[in-house]
Design a binder for this molecule. Sequence first.
Ligand SMILES: [Mg+2]
Length: 416
Amino acid sequence: MRRPTEIERLYLDFDGFFASVEQQVHPHLRGKPVGVVPFKDAVHTCVIACSREAKLHGVKNVMNIEEARERCPDIILVRQSPDLYRRAHNTLLSEISAVIPIDAVKSIDELTCRVSPAERGDPRALGLRLKKRIADNIGPFIFCSIGYAANRQLAKMACKAGKPNGNMVWHPNDMPGLLLNLTLRDIPGIGERMEQRLLRFGIATMADLLATQPKHMRKLWGNVTGERLWYALHGYDVQAPPSGRGMYGHGRVLPPDHRTPEHAKAASRLLLVKAARRMRRDGWNAGRVWLWLELMGDASVYRDAWLPAVHDDQAVLSALERMWDGVRLALPRRPKIMRIGVTLLDLTRASERQLDILLNDDKQRRRWEDTTAAIDTLNRKHGRTLVSIGPWTPPPGGYAGGKISYTRIPRAEDFW
Ligand SMILES: [Mg+2]
C-alpha cells in the first residue's frame, strides 16, 4: 500500500450547519445563541443543532431543551427547515466545486476532495479561497472547518481538531506525533462501546492503539475495518473497499391508525427481520444498524447502533431494542409516526467473521445463528413467517400500498 509523503486529501465540515444557515437567512438570529429543534412548542425534544454562540454557553447538539435552557437561558429555539438546509447544501456544493472537484459528499454538511499536485505545497491557501468564495457568494455567516492530510481519515480528524472555522494541515512529516494528543474517542468510528472493548484489551491511549498490530486490530473490530483503520492512522492511502452490496434496508409508511410508537416499534421489528433474512441469504454480516422515523410535520428521529459483525435475528433485534430506548426519549408527546425505516450496513462476508475474543460471545452467537437458520428453514418451507423471535404483528392489510424501497443511502433529511 502506498504511503503518501504529501497532503493528498481535504475534508470539509460546516460548523453548526443548520444553525448557521438560519443565521444567514434571518438577520435577527445573527450573533445570538440559536438552537434548532425538530418540533415547535415541544417540551420533550432536543436541540438538533446549535450556533457557536450557544456552544459557548455549553449547549451541545442533541441536548434536551430543558438542559439547553438551563445552560443558556437566552437561547432562541428555531424550528428546523429541512428544505432550506437542502437548498443551502446544493448551493454550497456548487460554489465549492467551482474551486475544487468534490470527490465524495459524506453528509448534508460534510464532503471530501482530492488535493491536486499543484495545491499540495500550500493547502491553507486553497482553504482560504474556499472560505472566501462561500463568504462572498453565499454569506459571511456560514463557516466551515477544513482539514488536510495524507488520506481521508486523517483529513477528517484534522478537520475536527481545527474546529471551529479551522484550516488545519496535518503534514505526513508531522505524523503520527500530532495524533498523540488525541483520545481514542477522537477517532471517527470509535464510540463508547468500541472504546470499552479496546480498554478491556489494555488499549487506553492513542499511543497504545498505534502500537497495535494490523492483524490484531482486525480481531478487535471483528472485521477488516480495524485493519483498514490501522493503515489509515499510519498515513497510508487506504482506498474505500470495492463496493459490492452496500446495505439491506426496508421502509414503510404506516397506516393512519398505526402511527403510535408501539405500532411503529412492532413494524420496525418486522422490517428488520426481513432485511436480516435477505442479508443472510446473500451471505453477509452487518456491523451497524440504522433506525429512522419520519413524524408528522416534517421532523425525523434517527438512531444507529454498532453490531459485532452479525446476521442472526437475536443480535439485530436486541440492537433495535436499544435504539428504541433512545428514540422514546427524543419523541415529542403523542407523536404521529408517518414512516419508519431500518437499514443494516457496514457489511462484511459472513464467511470471514473472526472469533470475537473480546465479547467472548462466540459460542452463544453460534447458538443464535443455528436457531435463526432453523427458523429460516421452517419459514421458507411454509412460504411465510411461521416462526419468529419475539412478537410478529403485521398491521391489518400488511404493508402493501405504502411500500418504499431503500436501496440507497437515505437522504440526509431522513436523519433529522
Ligand atoms: Mg458539521
